[in-house]
Design a protein around this ligand. Structure first.
Ligand SMILES: [Zn+2]
Length: 164
């Protein structure tokens, strides 16, 4: 497993969020598999679906990628609370991938949280945005993975070491 991102993909890109998205999604496509049926590689959805980034064409499982720079923490900031809860309670609730990367564009941690462990209890509602905010009243969420048992965290990379 190559833990380096393919930075050739982002020549000419300026936006950091775009660069991160391209590099992390490309790496996941090349290095992950479907934890339900073992299919590899996964396939990518068109952008801008509310919660899913990838799917398995053999068993139709869906996957959402969350990535962050730096250390793996227990809490990951996410988007709209209501959207997330709706998605988790739907028939095609997704599995989650968490990826952390270094400033040198290498993977530090990559884990799969199978969907049966990804439940509403780990989605923490944030305070609504204040009246003065552009999106006043909007409610986001955090994902708290500290309450997921170890069997629900399948590491493919841990502390910059590939795990077989
Ligand atoms: Zn599958």
């Amino acid at each position: 497993m190559d833990l380096k991102f393919d930075t050739n993909l982002v020549h000419g890109y300026k936006s950091n969020s775009q660069i991160v998205r391209l590099l992390t999604e490309n790496w996941v496509l090349n290095n992950s598999y479907c934890p339900s049926c073992g299919e590899m590689p996964l396939n990518e959805f068109e952008n801008n679906r509310p919660v899913a980034d990838f799917y398995c064409k053999r068993c139709s499982e869906e996957f959402e990628l969350k990535s962050k720079s730096g250390k793996l923490s227990n809490t990951i900031t996410d988007g709209a609370y209501a959207t997330m809860i709706e998605r988790i309670n739907s028939d095609n609730n997704p599995n989650f991938f968490f990826l952390t990367y270094t400033k040198q564009w290498t993977v530090n941690n990559f884990l799969i949280i199978p969907k049966q462990f990804f439940t509403a209890e780990i989605i923490i509602k944030r305070h609504p945005l204040s009246e003065s905010a552009r999106r006043a009243g909007w409610v986001g969420c955090n994902i708290d993975i500290s309450n997921i048992s170890d069997s629900g965290k399948v590491y493919l990379v841990k502390n910059a070491q590939a795990i077989n």
